[in-house]
Write a protein that binds this ligand. Structure first.
Ligand code: HEM
Length: 472
């Protein structure tokens, strides 16, 4: 009988100790772009050795479907990242938790309780109030240069703080700044994550994260204690901490019962705050940047919003469903600028074959959603911002069309998608309804830079500044 040989995906030649890390070290090219370049040369499923970690990079919709649909059960684990162990209370959040009973239970709570349509709707008054505050702040600066990036971030954080804690305040604000810093380390490409057996790197990373954990404990412990107290008093409105506390018990009587400890709750809260606000504000930032860069699209979107809300005279959530073109604008912004360009890394749990390639167990898997969404094979004039393409194209971002996966797909798909989109639609419609917009310092629309930053969340590298102009 002929001996079967393993056929790994193609990849560049490796150097001793570092493998292919040197190919990714360019300071001028961001990781998702560099990986896209390499995959043009080596293949849409490509094997890289990153330090000690074998990693496959997936850059085509067909391959992404193999990983996240056909073999989702094999690839739905997450690698054990340093940040997850140190910051998210020993991997006890949702997004970085390994596949297993704990993840299944928190994921169930997230889909059945935290992010249902009803829950998202119950936060509507928060979004409307905070968007009104956001609008008033901009109105005061009419004719002046406004830092929209900063305003979007504050708005998203205030909405998420109130949804999570029931309030917003200085401590919550401090926490969101901390969380924003930490998400940069979740990509799986930092030294401690590619050399997991090198103790020195682990110790250095630990030192950095310990400060974070001390601060988040200092802020979160009293907030949780306060919620426990109010729970006993029968508080009426439910925030996300209240929902999580329904499953809380620090010392479980029956070992078969599932329960969230205080540390688990803290891990989940940090993730909701961080992921929720960073990604929603990045989407707003990119959508508005593209509108400023493309005046024809801006005018069309403004005309729609102004026509739909003409009678009402004020933008609220009642008529958002009528803003068909605005939804295309957001979809197109998510296509060109997915806030999580390489999704969250996965890891194979057993040997598996995708197409004709063998993928060994414990291989890290990175899906380059950014590259897939710009692939000219699926997208006509793929680099062009053109929301009209969705007029006769039913591709959406819910995880069924692998050409467009800004929220991922399969078991690990983003459970906060509806909330994330709700956080974007109302502020964007408000900006378009009430103001016309110009770029400062005589910048021509076509010259607006679209440079990206590095991190798990891809934001603009430079803040977005624009001038609101009152409409007659
Ligand atoms: C526009 C906004 C958002 C975008 C683009 C986004 C994107 C993503 C992506 C790409 C993933 C990884 C999916 C994968 O690995 O296949 C993810 C996971 C996740 N997201 Fe979001 N997200 C957004 C908003 C939110 C919000 C508002 C929340 C909650 C408040 C949230 C909570 C989560 C959680 C808990 C996970 C982990 C899921 C798991 O591993 O089981 N996201 N998100």
């Amino acid at each position: 009988m002929q001996k079967q040989t393993s056929k790994l995906p193609p990849g560049p030649p490796k150097l001793p100790l570092i493998g292919n890390l040197h190919l990714l070290s360019s300071k001028s090219t961001l990781l998702h772009r560099r990986l896209a370049e390499l995959s043009k040369k080596y293949g849409r499923v490509m094997m890289l050795q990153l330090g000690q970690v074998p990693t496959i990079i997936v850059s085509s919709a067909e391959m992404a479907k193999e990983v996240m649909k056909t073999h989702d059960g094999v690839f739905c684990n997450r690698p054990e990242l340093m940040v997850a162990k140190e910051v998210f209370y020993d991997c006890k959040d949702i997004g970085l938790a390994p596949y297993g009973e704990y993840w299944r239970q928190v994921r169930k709570i997230s889909t059945l309780e935290l992010f249902t349509m009803r829950r998202v709707e119950s936060f509507r008054f928060i979004r409307e109030e905070e968007t009104r505050n956001f609008f008033k702040a901009i109105q005061k600066e009419v004719g002046c240069v406004v830092n929209l990036s900063k305003k979007f971030f504050v708005l998203a954080c205030d909405v998420m703080s109130r949804a999570t804690f029931g309030t917003k305040g200085e401590e919550q604000a401090a926490l969101r700044v901390l969380t924003a810093g930490v998400t940069e380390t979740c990509t799986g490409f930092c030294p401690a994550d590619v050399y997991p057996s090198v103790k020195l790197l682990q110790t250095l990373s630990k030192g950095k994260f310990q400060k974070f954990t001390k601060e988040s404990d200092r802020i979160l412990d009293p907030i949780i204690a306060d919620h426990l107290c109010k729970k006993k008093l029968g508080k009426e409105e439910e925030d996300l901490i209240d929902v999580l506390l329904k499953h809380h018990q620090d010392h479980v009587q029956n070992p078969d019962d599932f329960s969230l400890s205080t540390s688990n709750i803290k891990g989940v809260i940090l993730e909701l705050l961080g992921g929720g606000s960073e990604n929603s504000s990045a989407t707003l930032e990119w959508a508005m940047s593209e509108l400023l860069k493309n005046p024809r699209v801006m005018e069309k979107a403004q005309a729609e919003v102004r026509q739909v809300y003409q009678e009402k005279g004020v933008v609220d959530e009642t008529k958002l469903h009528e803003l068909k073109y605005l939804k295309f604008v957001i979809r197109e912004a998510l296509r060109l600028h997915p806030p999580v360009p390489m999704l969250v890394p996965r890891e194979s749990m057993e040997r598996c074959q995708i197409f004709s390639y063998d993928i060994p167990p414990k291989t890290r898997v990175v899906i380059n959603a950014w590259a897939i969404a710009r692939d000219p094979e699926y997208w006509h004039e793929s680099e062009k911002f053109n929301p009209d393409r969705f007029e006769d194209n039913s591709i959406d971002f819910r995880g069924n069309n692998f050409e467009l996966i800004p929220f991922g797909a399969g078991r690990r798909r983003c459970p906060g998608m509806t909330l994330g989109i709700a956080n974007v639609e109302l502020p964007l419609a408000t900006l378009l309804y009430h103001f016309d917009w110009k770029l400062p310092n005589g910048i021509q629309h076509e010259d607006l830079d679209m440079d990206e930053s590095y991190g798990l969340t891809m934001r603009r590298k430079n803040n977005l500044f624009a001038i609101p102009v009152p409409i007659n």
